[in-house]
Design a protein around this ligand. Structure first.
Ligand SMILES: *[C@@H]1O[C@H](CO)[C@@H](O)[C@H](O)[C@H]1NC(C)=O
Ligand SMILES: *[C@@H]1O[C@H](CO)[C@@H](O)[C@H](O)[C@H]1NC(C)=O
Ligand SMILES: CC(=O)N[C@H]1CO[C@H](CO)[C@@H](O)[C@@H]1O
Length: 487
């Protein structure tokens, strides 16, 4: 817009039109990861509605629960199914296991008006160094078997198997992207995999996290994680890189070229910024990251070396309070939305930079308005500490440490927060609000200032299914009664 003002009118019109097309294209290509490692998850109906309301048209799942997947049928939302790493060995071992997987998890959804499945993600970041190479022998054979089973089901033209990889499967050491290559310890396997992807017209899926680079590396130039310039650019031959995302993607392009597969399409399977659980995980930095990111992909989705547009899947849709915090407390705060589908910060998915808040989940069902809070009871410090530890170990206290509103409360309020979190994660079970007589259930909103004390989601789907059945039975009964009265 600023640029447009200096141009003659006809050029302004052209630029505005081009921008409109670009923005439309951006919305078209936007996906999101929906993980379900939370004590209570939103109903898939809520998720479908949220995605539609926010013009997000692709969803990536980490598994393939048939009940979840069927809710995407006929919605126009494209689905990437996931296969957890723990199944890789069995899928690699026997082709018939892959065949059974495809039958149970894939073909059942494929029909007119069924689920629009385009990719199957075989494993998830299987070559993370934390796994000590345990998936190294099984991942490629599992990929091979799954694609073969898809082909045999007659779906090979439409549905591609691939593997979401962590970005450290390749690198360029201390040099620029043009030195990029796959990690030496897995290079032979990576080469087999990318050649297989090339031969099947399947994409390479990579998860890229500027946040992790910043958080794990004290020397990382902060501004390089964002898109607003200000960091020392990386100069590579004739190309200047101002942000980590493009430098990283072009390192991948070089790695693919070195494996003889420069034309394999690239999808970014995860990208995002957490809002808590680390000194760099704040709402302000998440807003800055997403604003810059959406602006970048609305103008040009490619990179200096990769001109095609790239599909991006945000990580993630909602917070997940049961995720392992081994990598860091931030793991439970990746959501663009809270656990209950309500927005956490303004973010404009179209990249227009309007300060609008995304559309939250509608008709969310919560449990009763009850909270569990700490009451003093002449306890010793040790007793209090022990109960607090219990609540935090079994619940979620990751919001209490890193400078956000919850971390600024006094200790008593923090104890209440911890007790309440555990109580909610336990579906408000009265026995989960005891803590040796140090806790009680209240009906007055326990939220303290800007530290939000949640209420658990009502996930009693069994009841709602039963309600449908009950209605059917009731109608049936009434009809019988009428017939009986008629006769
Ligand atoms: C990898 O090795 C480390 C150190 O030997 C060990 O602590 C860890 O549990 C191993 N992880 C897996 C997934 O085997
Ligand atoms: C409790 O109060 C907070 C802050 O006013 C509010 O955001 C939240 O919705 C309230 N919770 C309930 C269940 O009413
Ligand atoms: C119906 C269904 O969900 N079947 C299988 C799908 O795949 C997983 C493994 O990824 C199996 O555990 C399910 O039983």
């Amino acid at each position: 817009m600023v640029r447009a003002m200096t141009k003659p009118t006809w050029a302004v019109a052209a630029i505005v039109a081009a921008a409109a097309v670009a923005q439309l294209a951006c919305v078209k290509g936007l996906g999101v990861n929906w993980g379900n490692q939370a004590a209570q998850n939103l109903h898939p109906r809520n998720i479908v509605q949220m995605l539609k309301d926010n013009n997000i048209d692709k969803v990536k799942l980490f598994d393939s629960d048939a009940w979840v997947v069927k809710h995407f049928a006929g919605t126009g939302i494209e689905v990437m199914l996931g296969i957890p790493n723990l199944h890789l060995a069995s899928l690699a071992d026997r082709y018939k296991h892959a065949k059974a997987w495809v039958k149970a998890n894939l073909t059942r959804h494929i029909r007119e008006g069924g689920v629009d499945i385009k990719y199957v993600a075989v494993g998830n970041e299987p070559f993370l160094t934390a796994y000590n190479g345990s998936n190294l022998q099984t991942t490629f054979p599992a990929l091979w078997n799954i694609q073969k089973a898809i082909n045999e089901a007659g779906l090979g033209d439409k549905i591609k198997a691939t593997i979401p990889q962590n970005a450290d499967v390749y690198g360029s050491g201390t040099k620029g992207p043009s030195a990029g290559d796959f990690r030496a310890d897995i290079r032979a396997t990576m080469k087999q995999i990318v050649q297989f992807l090339r031969d099947n017209n399947a994409p390479f899926v990579v998860n890229i996290y500027p946040f992790l680079s910043l958080s794990l590396n004290p020397d990382f130039p902060i501004e390089f994680a964002f898109f607003s310039g200000g960091a020392q650019p990386v100069q590579d031959g004739g190309i200047t890189y101002n942000n980590m995302l493009e430098a990283n993607l072009d390192t991948l392009v070089w790695s693919l070229r070195r494996a003889g597969c420069g034309n394999v399409p690239i999808i970014v399977g995860e990208i995002g910024w957490p809002t808590d659980g680390d000194k760099y995980a704040t709402v302000d930095l998440a807003t800055k990251f997403y604003d810059g990111f959406f602006h970048k992909i609305s103008t040009s989705k490619g990179t200096p070396l990769y001109k095609d547009s790239i599909e991006y899947y945000l990580f993630g849709l909602t917070d997940e309070n049961l995720k392992s915090i081994a990598p860091g407390d931030f793991e439970r705060h990746w959501g663009v939305f809270r656990y209950d589908g309500q927005p956490k910060f303004p973010v404009d998915f179209t990249g227009k930079g309007s300060n609008k808040v995304p559309v939250g989940a509608k008709n969310v069902k919560y449990l009763e308005k009850k909270w569990c809070v700490y009451v003093k009871n002449r306890e010793t410090t040790d007793q209090l500490t022990a109960n607090m530890d219990y609540a935090c170990t079994n619940g979620d206290c990751t919001a209490l440490k890193y400078g956000n509103p919850c971390s600024k409360m006094d200790y008593s309020s923090k104890v209440s927060y911890a007790f309440n979190m555990f109580f909610q994660m336990m579906y408000q079970d009265v026995e989960a609000c005891d803590f040796g007589g140090l806790a009680k259930i209240v009906t007055k909103n326990a939220t303290v200032g800007n530290c939000f004390f949640p209420i658990a989601l009502d996930t009693d789907w069994a009841w709602s299914i039963a309600a449908d059945v009950r209605l059917t039975l009731l109608v049936g009964l009434l009809v019988s009664l009428l017939l009986f009265l008629e006769s």
